[in-house]
Design a protein around this ligand. Structure first.
Ligand SMILES: Nc1ncnc2c1ncn2[C@@H]1O[C@H](COP(=O)(O)OP(=O)(O)OP(=O)(O)O)[C@@H](O)[C@H]1O
Ligand SMILES: [Mg+2]
Length: 255
């Protein structure tokens, strides 16, 4: 079973949204547990999970499917969204705001109360079975381009806000995921608290639970803590020498 430590009532809300057949939007910073939550909920609800990592090249036909040349003729191959609808799976579109415009058309029809998928190239319409559940994620802080989610799309979803776990929970997550000692986990989480509070570092995205788990795993593998923090926290967060030095100073306060 996937380990997911809840922060509040997100599991109950998600299960209720599934029963009510409402699509769900997960928003929150990178590495705070969104994907792990979806994985755990799919297991808990007994649904197959189909995950699509969207990027700026993701188009509707990537999601729906395409005809492939096969011998003398062509053969249709379902894309992940079509497969998920046919199977009544839990469909997770990760970073959906990155995808191309035509993906929205596909999503809109699925979030509609009719829950339909129109496959234009086949002139086929699928109606999603009751178990089908759509979940998308969106990282609001991530301003790489102009990609934002349109209000008309956002308002088709119920939304759950995610953030890094509070310190006692984050300690538990880091311990569970790395098998490190309580002492290591407590120090890493305290360090993260300081880095997250240090707005003046000007980090585009701050230290995630994921990176704390990485640091703890390196320490468990025998890497000295300062070196582990450099590789798992400092270097992934910045390329700027002065910011790296400032982060290194914060690490040195703990070890
Ligand atoms: N509440 C939690 N319960 C269990 N593990 C967690 C939790 N929060 C974070 N983690 C740990 O953090 C790691 C990163 O979480 P996850 O991959 O779910 O992040 P994410 O929010 O999907 O990030 P991204 O936006 O980058 O995809 C997980 O692999 C897990 O080790
Ligand atoms: Mg994820």
């Amino acid at each position: 079973m996937a380990f997911y430590l809840p922060a509040g009532r997100e599991c109950e809300l998600f299960a209720a949204a599934c029963r009510a057949r409402l699509p769900v939007l997960l928003k929150g910073p990178t590495g705070c547990g969104k994907s792990r939550f979806v994985e755990a909920m799919a297991e808990r609800l007994g649904l197959a999970l189909v995950t699509v990592a969207c990027n700026e090249d993701t188009s509707a036909s990537d999601l729906l499917g395409r005809y492939l040349l096969d011998g003398g003729g062509t053969r249709w191959l379902d894309g992940p969204v079509t497969r998920a609808v046919r199977e009544g799976a839990l469909l997770y579109l990760d970073e959906v705001a990155e995808a191309r415009e035509d993906v929205l058309v596909v999503i809109h029809a699925l979030t509609d109360h009719r829950r339909r998928l129109f496959i234009d190239r086949r002139d086929e319409t699928l109606v999603a079975p009751p178990s089908f559940q759509l979940v998308v994620s969106f990282n609001p802080g991530y301003q790489r381009g102009v990609r934002e989610m349109k209000p008309s799309t956002r308002q088709r979803f119920t939304a759950l806000a995610f953030d890094f776990p509070d310190p006692p929970r984050e300690v538990e997550v880091v311990r569970h995921e790395s098998q490190c000692t309580a002492d290591v986990a407590v120090r890493l989480v305290a360090l993260a608290g300081q880095i997250r509070a240090a707005q003046d570092l000007g980090l585009r995205e701050t230290v995630s639970t994921r990176l704390l788990v990485y640091a703890a795993r390196l320490i468990v593998e025998g890497i000295p803590p300062r070196e582990a923090c450099r590789a798992a926290l400092v270097e992934p967060l910045t390329d700027e020498v002065d910011v790296a030095l400032a982060l290194g100073d914060l690490v040195a306060l703990r070890w």
